[in-house]
Design a binder for this molecule. Structure first.
Ligand code: FMN
Length: 229
């Protein structure tokens, strides 16, 4: 897997820090230039990964369900569909590449929220092509607010020990701490084998492999090194 965002590391780190889940959006359409940039990255991701990610604009039906309202989603008119061939193991790749779209959206002035559960799954599934399966979606739009930082784990909670670890590894862990995870569970662990960083899921939970893909992207941006997952 590969980082396709062309922004510098500082800009990407700022976007990771500024990103928080936002579920209520203003009634403001996403206009041409922003659409072009998001669609271009989605196309590049699909070429690189074999996924079939696309963005639905002006389609409130995807978040029009009791579950979505219960999950406090408001005025979601645009969303990213994370999907791919039914034969493919989608989760880690959807996490890794979906988060690249999330960070690009953040840098373009938009807000996002991953959604595995609280959206209209039946409606979105109707949009799939034959032979495809749905991983999940990401709500997109101009947020009413910018969200708040999640409370979460510290770098030392995400590895075996910090002792003797190089600075770049710790910077990777700090960036992984900022990653969104389903129900804020952060069930992953990064270790160093020789000088190769590795990431894996820990324990049981929901959407662990998607979370790991997201966290691995953050780790790579923070550390500047590719991580094996
Ligand atoms: C894989 C995944 C699935 C998620 N599913 C939902 C969901 O169904 N409904 C929801 O309201 N939030 C969902 N979230 C958002 C998380 O609750 C949120 O990322 C987490 O609480 C951390 O907060 P933050 O994103 O503001 O840092 C999901 C996040 C991830 C990464």
């Amino acid at each position: 897997m590969k980082i396709l965002l062309t922004n510098g590391a500082d800009e990407l780190k700022k976007a990771m820090e500024a990103r928080h889940s936002v579920r209520a959006f203003r009634d403001e359409p996403i206009h041409g230039e922003i659409r072009k940039a998001l669609d271009a990255l989605a196309d590049e991701i699909n070429r690189e990964s074999g996924l079939h990610i696309r963005i639905r604009y002006d389609d409130p039906a995807g978040f029009d369900s009791r579950l979505a309202h219960y999950g406090s989603f408001r005025q979601v008119h645009d969303y990213i569909i994370l999907a791919g061939p039914a034969s493919m193991d989608l989760d880690k790749a959807c996490g890794y590449y979906g988060e690249q779209l999330v960070l690009l959206a953040q840098m373009l002035g938009l807000n996002t929220c991953w959604a595995a559960l609280t959206f209209n799954r039946r409606q979105v599934k109707n949009l799939l092509e034959p032979g495809e399966k749905l991983c999940m979606v990401i709500a997109l739009g101009f947020g009413e607010k910018q969200g708040v930082p999640h409370r979460g784990k510290k770098p030392e909670d995400l590895t075996d020990t910090l002792e003797g670890k190089p600075d770049w590894f710790i910077q990777g862990l700090e960036a992984a701490c900022l990653a969104p995870t389903a129900v804020n569970q952060q069930k992953f662990l990064f270790t160093l084998q020789g000088d190769v960083p590795k990431g894996r899921t820990r324990g049981i939970g929901t959407c662990l492999k998607v979370d790991l893909g997201i966290a691995a992207l953050h780790f790579e941006i923070g550390s500047g090194k590719p991580v094996r997952i």
